[in-house]
Design a protein around this ligand. Structure first.
Ligand code: MG
Length: 259
């Protein structure tokens, strides 16, 4: 198995989640379907609670904003199985959320409700955060050799923390020195990696970024960050050119701390 050496001046590893620490299918086949399947029950169970009321309020504001801007909205059909006002209101929220998810909307309102539903699912043990089996042992080794380890994912920091706190390997949240999401900037924007370097407190060339997505790898590289592309089952195929250009690993075991 070919190994890739982490440059000797490295102070921090920056890890992507989906396709890097975690199968892409976890998000696509477990997290998102969970929302669709449990949305109505969740709303019915928590409808009277403040947090849920705030989530619904934010969604309603989003709908009003969409209508003002003449964005398309879900079409409501008359549903004979719904009787009370509460049932009707819940059904409207369900329709809107499902519509937003189908349209791949990234609204704050949608993300907030999803985050709360996932938190309930994780804490009750209905969902466990998936990580490849080579991930946690490797992170422990890297940390033992003095490296810091950070996460950078387009999932919210809260969602990232849930995944690692309630993971198949138990609570491994304390293995990370910090978390970044798209609040620091988009993953395909080179500026984001400079911002992260600043926040971590080391130079871009002292960071090694692990990702499966070559557009992100390119952005990091442009910022001066050292990059390793992770090839996992189900990840997007690389072109021959990309295979030649990047250091590739199929497991974290291949990444060695030099010296
Ligand atoms: Mg990824």
């Amino acid at each position: 198995m070919a190994t890739v050496s982490i440059p000797v001046n490295t102070c921090a590893l920056l890890l992507d989640i989906e396709g890097t620490t975690t199968p892409i299918t976890f998000v696509k086949d477990i997290l998102f379907p969970y929302i669709k399947e449990h949305l109505e029950d969740y709303l019915s169970a928590h409808w009277e609670e403040d947090e849920c009321k705030q989530d619904v309020h934010l969604l309603k504001k989003q709908i009003e904003e969409d209508m003002k801007q003449n964005r398309s909205c879900p079409v409501h059909t008359v549903d004979q199985t719904v009787h009370t006002d509460e049932e009707k209101a819940i059904r409207e929220v369900v329709d809107n959320v499902l519509w937003q998810m189908a349209a791949d909307r990234k609204s704050t309102a949608l993300k907030q409700l999803q985050g709360h539903m996932w938190r309930a699912a994780y804490t009750s043990g209905k969902i466990k955060g998936q990580v490849y089996e080579d991930v946690i042992p490797a992170i422990r080794r890297w940390r033992a050799s003095g490296l810091k380890v950070y996460i950078y994912s387009s999932g919210s920091v809260e969602a990232q923390k849930l995944l690692f706190e309630y993971s198949v390997e138990g609570d491994v949240l304390d293995l990370f020195d910090g978390h970044f999401d798209t609040n620091i900037g988009a993953k395909v924007d080179s500026k984001s990696y400079k911002n992260i370097a600043e926040r971590i407190g080391c130079g871009p060339n002292e960071i090694t970024f692990l990702t499966d997505v070559t557009r992100e790898a390119k952005a990091a590289e442009d910022a001066g960050v050292n990059v390793v592309v992770v090839v996992r089952p189900g990840n997007m195929e690389l072109t021959n050119e990309e295979r030649d250009h990047y250091n590739l690993i199929t497991t974290f075991n291949q990444l060695e701390v030099s010296g």
